[in-house]
Structures are given as C-alpha cells and as structure tokens.
Ligand binder design. Structure first.
Ligand SMILES: *Cc1c(COP(=O)(O)O)cnc(C)c1O
Length: 503
C-alpha cells in the first residue's frame, strides 16, 4: 500500500520515474512516430475517404478520465490506429476532392518539426530575432514570386506577416481599415460604416465584420450572376455604393476574391478598385487558395490590378505545399495595422522595440504568442524551388482539365461554370433523369448522386450552389493525387449515375 501514499513533498509516486524531455526517448519515440506517419500514408488509400463513424463514437472507445500513470507510446499509437483513424476524414488521400485541398509536403512536415523543435515564442524582435527577420525575408520572397508590386514588400515600405488563417487576416485588416476611417470621421460614426463583397465571398468576411463591430445591416453581399461568371460586377458595386452614400452611410471596405471557395470565380480587381478608390474604400484581396497558383506566369494575370489594393492574403497551407497553418498577409501600409493592434505592456518593453528599427510581429496579429511559421515556408521554398512548386500546381491543373474533358464527354453531364484553376463544378443535366424533370428534382438527384459517391468511400466530393443550381465540386490539389485518381473518380461518378438511373 505504500506506493499509494503521497510523500511529504506531495511527490506523486509513479511506477517509473519519467523525465518529460529525455533525449534518448525523444530519438527512439521520434523514429517510431515518423514510421507510423509514413505507414499511414502508405496505407491511406485503404481507408474510406469520408469517415463513416456515428456522432459520439469516440466516447464509447476511450476511458472516462486521463491515466494516473504513464503509458507507452506504442500503446497510445495502437489506440490511434484503432480508435482515431476510423474517425478521420482523410484530407491527404489522393481521392479527396472535397472542400479545398490542404496541400502538404515532406518539407512542410520537416518545417513543422523545426517549429516545434525550437518552440520559441517570437512575439517581438528581441524575443527571437531570427524568427522575425526570417518572416520578413520569406514574405518578401513570396511577394516577389507572385510579382506583387514592390509597395507590398518590406523593401518598398510595405510588408507581410504570417498568421494562422484567412479569417484572422481579414479580421485584422478590417479593424485597421475601420480605425483609420474612424480616426478621420469620429468614433461615434461606427454604425455608419459599410462593407462590400459578392455573394460568393467566403463567410470569413461576414464573421470579421461582426467581430469588428460593423452594423450587421451594413454588410453588403452583392448578388452575382451568370453573365459575369459569378464575379462581382463593378457596375453592381457602384450602384450599391451610390445608394449607401445617398442614405448617409460611409463605404469602408471591399473584399474581392481571386478564386471563390464555392466555384473559383475571380473578381476583376482593376475595375473594382477604380470605383472603390473614388470613395476611399480599403480594398482587400482574399486569394486563399488560388492565389498560390499566381506564382505561375500563366495565372498571374488574375492578379492584374493588385497595384491598387491595400492588402492581399493567401493560405500557403492550401495550394503551396505548406502544412497547416500558414496564412500570408501583405499590406502596403502596415502602420495602419500596427496603429490598431499595438499594445506596449511594461513586461515586454525592450530597447530594440523602442528604437523603432525592428518589426514586432505581436503588433501585426491578434494573439501575442506566435509560432515560427516562417521557417516552414522557408524550407518549402528552398526544398522545391519556384520551378517545382509551379510544376506541382500545373500537374493539378492538367488533372482538372482531364476530369473536365471526361465530364464534357458524357452527354448526361455538364460543366456548370468555366474552370479557372483546378476545380471542376459539374452536375447531371435535368433531362438525363427523364423528360420533364424540373430544377428542384434535378438538384435533389444530383445531391443523391454525390451522397452515394461519398458513401462508397472511394472518393469524397462536396457541393456548392450556383444561383438555384446544385453543383458537385471536384477540387483537385491534394499532394498525392495523380491523373489516375482523377480518372478513377470520374468512373465512380459515372457508375453511381448508372445506379441512380436504374433506381
Ligand atoms: C479557405 C478560404 C478561406 C478561409 O480560410 P481560413 O484560413 O480557414 O480562415 C477564406 N477565403 C477563401 C477564398 C477560402 O478559400
């Protein structure tokens, strides 16, 4: 019974004494973990892409409380295999075509290991000079790769920061725009500020608008139509702005998107900026996924007009082979951001910050603590080089073209919107289901088609609505996806369509 008693110093008795950072154990367990992950990838196609567990399944598998005594990594990994993997939707499966890809790479993994390995908290320059300086350098590198105007680079008095997500980047940006405007017109006018975007814009803008204290009724989600391929029409923006001004409101912010989440529509930056800038509106460009492809000269034209915007962001963790998370945000006037977000508590004061010669990234983001994400992006850029990164993206676009050709080759199907990058939006046409089938029933049948495709476990795709039309999205961009997977995915869709038509 002795072992159950506390010692006088409240020392817990444990069957074996454990050092939380034993380097020999770190080496041994590290190898086991790498092997486990490599095996997972080797076997990834054996699992159903979309997890088919029932809600609450995991509570039935695991104990009610944390263990009192240590457990071996081998035992824990057995439980990962047995209980966790069945509840995973395999985002890295080459047969995952849902949502948007979360592209990864060996360099991305290794970069994450270095981030965790150092585990520094570089909120200010002095708290880890290399973390801050490397971040500024890689943001300039990536900015050059995208041929951003020099006004977005540190070398041109702009600058970039790596945040976790686009949601955070947009929130920070909108707060900077809000405070810049309110400092001119008076804080009491906050209820008059208006935010503009198209109805295809990602929900992160609406969330950011709410958090920033903009009146919910002053969020303009401008309807898009087929005539502009679901891009925001400058004419419609102009009308919305004119009406708001007539009503005594104050236009504040426009979010334009390059590659909307639903259907990869591209808003025309140049013409939109011409209108926005007449009214002193802050223009942000959300290029979360498709922006990465603009490192390829053949896609760069989608960024034409970028020289007139105030801020620009993309997620390197979507289509730049950088493991989660890595959102890159550039601004031509970072001081608008830091004016809003700077705090200077005594416990963080230091000579370098006072000299104003350094970047303190805590003033460019919401949180204080921050991960050393720059080193991960640096590893990715160096390990592959710009040439290979472009070729990886081009191979995804080629696969999307093949998938698109297959859809077009089957008279029962149609491609519903023009393909801009590596996403194909398609559906079965109403007449394929029988004479006189209306839009509503066609939508339901297409949804059923998608659900049956996903239930097969062979492929996972998600949907979007284009106006009243239900479309299935095939979003290509997972690192392991090859041509054969895209072709097989189409076969699964076709076979499932045959089954539905026989029902
Ligand atoms: C994915 C996506 C987002 C959201 O990104 P988070 O990093 O998850 O916040 C925003 N906008 C667009 C266009 C996206 O594709």
């Amino acid at each position: 019974m002795d072992s159950l008693k506390f010692s006088p110093e409240l020392q817990e008795n444990s069957p074996n004494t454990i050092n939380p950072l034993n380097l020999e154990e770190f080496r041994r367990q590290g190898h086991i973990m790498i092997d486990f992950i490599a095996d997972y990838y080797q076997d990834i196609e054996k699992y159903p892409v979309l997890s088919n567990v029932e809600p609450g399944y995991l509570r039935k598998c695991l104990p009610d409380s944390a263990p009192h005594c240590p457990e071996q990594i081998e035992t824990i990994l057995q439980d990962v295999q047995k209980h966790i993997i069945p509840g995973i939707t395999h985002w890295q499966s080459p047969n995952h075509f849902a949502y948007l890809p979360a592209g990864i790479s060996t360099a991305g993994f290794l970069g994450e290991m270095l981030i965790s390995g150092f585990n520094i908290v570089g909120f200010s320059w002095v708290a880890s000079p290399a973390a801050t300086e490397l971040e500024s350098i890689v943001m300039d590198w990536l900015g050059q790769m995208l041929k951003l105007p020099s006004s977005f680079l540190f070398s041109g008095n702009g600058g970039g920061v790596i945040q976790a997500t686009t949601c955070e980047a947009i929130l920070c940006t909108i707060v900077a725009a809000r405070d810049q405007m309110l400092s001119k017109i008076g804080r009491e006018k906050i209820g008059k500020l208006v935010v503009y975007a198209s109805d295809q814009t990602h929900s992160s803008l609406e969330k950011a608008t709410k958090i920033a204290g903009i009146h919910p009724e002053n969020f303009r989600s401008i309807k898009t139509t087929e005539s502009t391929s679901f891009a925001l029409s400058p004419e419609a923006l102009k009308m919305a702005i004119s009406k708001d001004i007539e009503d005594g409101l104050i236009p504040l912010f426009l979010c334009a998107t390059i590659g909307t989440t639903g259907i990869n529509a591209v808003d025309p930056l140049g013409p939109l900026c011409n209108i926005a800038k007449e009214h002193g509106i802050w223009v942000h460009v959300d290029a979360a996924q498709a922006g990465s492809a603009c490192i390829c000269p053949e896609f760069r034209h989608f960024l034409n007009g970028i020289e007139c915007v105030d801020s620009f962001s993309l997620n390197a963790h979507k289509w730049l082979f950088t493991n989660l998370d890595c959102c890159c945000l550039w601004l031509i006037n970072p001081s608008a951001l830091t004016k809003s977000l700077t705090t200077s508590p005594e416990y963080l004061s230091n000579k370098a910050s006072e000299s104003k010669k350094v970047v303190d990234y805590k003033d460019w983001q919401i949180s204080l603590s921050r991960r050393f994400r720059a080193i991960k992006l640096w590893l990715v850029l160096r390990s592959y080089g710009v040439a290979n990164l472009r070729n990886f993206q081009r191979s995804h676009v080629t696969m999307a073209k093949s998938f698109e050709a297959l859809v077009r080759g089957d008279k029962r199907f149609e491609v519903v919107v023009p393909r801009n990058f590596a996403m194909v939006c398609f559906r079965m046409v109403p007449s394929a289901f029988g004479a006189g089938v209306e839009l509503d029933s066609a939508n339901k049948l297409n949804q059923k088609l998608m659900e049956l495709v996903n239930a097969s476990g062979k492929v996972y795709m998600t949907h979007s609505m284009i106006g009243e039309i239900f479309v299935i999205r095939c979003a290509i961009g997972v690192t392991l996806t090859e041509e054969k997977h895209a072709i097989r995915a189409w076969k699964v869709v076709q076979e499932t369509a045959n089954t539905i038509l026989q029902m």
